[in-house]
Design a protein around this ligand. Structure first.
Ligand code: CTP
Length: 402
């Protein structure tokens, strides 16, 4: 059976622990499994194992703060290049830096730039591992969504016996294979268009009309769909969120820009999920200079923005699927069903602002999905990642039925 690592690009970060010697074996195992490996070493790691060993095995130059000036310019690129980052061995010092966003070498710089899944295999002495500071850092990293590859118990370099040994290279390989395999590929080959975030409608060069959408839900859907194999284009309004590197990102500001980008890309898409909170109106004219406070009152005339969903719905052809969102404060079900019809959606995802924890700026959401055949699915309050998976399950099941 072919390995889940086949064709994957792995950043292997090695830090200064005696277990660094095992990293050579790990690099070898990754490569044998079909992965491309880029090694990053801290200066301390180079005291334990020669960079030449790793560059020979990986057939790539090793980046370390001592050997590569160019490495400093590469960290963003490398962070985006990788499908997975594995820090093995990870010392207490590096774990602390990662947990606190400190960045004083090429490894931590790449880590901060990485958008891929991050795995870390700690290696340290028993008491360092047990220390509440280390344990708190590990918990923090897990909260960031990184995966701990737990240390094993056994004889430690200090002569002590207990927990702290880096997991064996074979176990690290197995851990990675399981994690990467787990990713369901049921959307593979699907061109998926997603709109997300708010839109800003300019009043003058410094002011705009906007809304409270964070873009979190749409970015979560984009990331989850890309992980399931879809070719995702995300048209994102002004949002602090950033998607995985696998997602093709198109940044826009206004509804008109979002409309133009969406219409251009719709004919090449099998499906679109429209999660953006598009401003319904924009100022009829944006002033070219900052409006001065010279009058006691000010009226701004607004004109209607195009309805992206309705326009995509009109152009939808057989085999294309259109998914919309509705955020309602009253008469929610009836409003959502009306939008399903009016915009020619295949299904609509309703979330109500009245549910605690749901809607803008929360990390959780509570949805109901309405389908064209009157079927409905009600879900509990869940994390936006889980909600994204539920929405994609609904999409995948309809696509599978053809
Ligand atoms: N939508 C869109 N373009 C717009 C307005 C809405 O693509 N100009 C999409 C949203 O992304 C969402 C769906 O249409 O998927 C419903 O959005 P909503 O704002 O609830 O609908 P409106 O048509 O604006 O209806 P209203 O404001 O009257 O409730």
């Amino acid at each position: 059976m072919s390995s889940a690592l086949k064709g994957k690009r792995i950043l292997l970060g090695i830090t200064g622990s005696i277990a660094a010697y095992k990293a050579a074996m790990l690099a070898r195992l990754f490569i044998k499994a079909g992965a491309e490996v880029q090694v990053l070493m801290t200066a301390a790691a180079a005291d334990f194992i020669a960079p030449l060993t790793l560059s020979t095995l990986s057939k790539r130059p090793v980046y370390s703060e001592v050997s590569s000036e160019s490495g400093w310019h590469n960290h963003v690129e490398l962070g985006l290049w990788a499908d997975a980052m594995v820090i093995a061995p990870a010392t207490a010092n590096t774990l602390a830096k990662m947990a606190h966003g400190m960045c004083d070498n090429i490894l931590t710089a790449c880590y901060l730039s990485a958008r891929c899944p991050v795995f870390f295999a700690p290696a340290m002495d028993l008491d360092m591992w047990r220390h509440p500071a280390t344990q708190a850092n590990v918990r923090q990293l897990e909260q960031f969504g990184h995966r701990l590859i737990p240390p094993a118990s056994g004889e430690l370099a200090s002569g002590l016996h207990g927990e702290g040994r880096m997991a064996e290279p074979e176990s690290i390989l197995e851990f990675l294979e399981k994690s990467l395999q787990a990713a369901n590929q049921d959307l593979s080959g699907i061109n998926l268009l997603i709109t997300a975030g708010p839109t800003f409608e300019a009043i003058d060069p410094v002011r705009f009309i906007g809304n409270r959408s964070s873009g979190k839900m749409g970015v979560a859907i984009a990331n989850a769909a890309a992980a399931r194999g879809a070719d995702v284009t995300l048209i994102l309004g002004p949002s602090q969120e950033r998607p995985d590197s696998r997602v093709r990102l198109i940044r826009v500001e206004s509804a008109l820009e979002m409309h133009a980008e969406a219409l251009k890309r719709w004919p090449d898409s099998q499906a679109a999920i429209l999660s953006a909170a598009v401003a319904d109106y924009r100022p009829a004219e944006a002033a070219t200079e900052k409006i001065k406070k010279s009058q006691d009152s000010l009226s701004i005339q607004l004109v209607k923005n195009p309805d992206i969903a309705a326009d995509l719905g009109k152009q939808k052809v057989n085999g294309q699927m259109l998914v919309g969102f509705a955020l309602e404060t009253h008469d929610a079900e009836a409003q959502a069903k009306q939008k399903l019809e009016r915009k020619n959606f295949d299904f609509i995802v309703l979330n109500t602002l009245t549910d605690p924890g749901a809607g803008f700026h929360h990390d959780t959401n509570k949805i109901t999905i309405f389908f064209r055949d009157n079927k409905r699915l009600d879900f509990q309050l869940k994390s936006k990642q889980e909600v994204a998976a539920d929405i994609l399950d609904a999409l995948a099941s309809i696509l599978a039925r053809g």
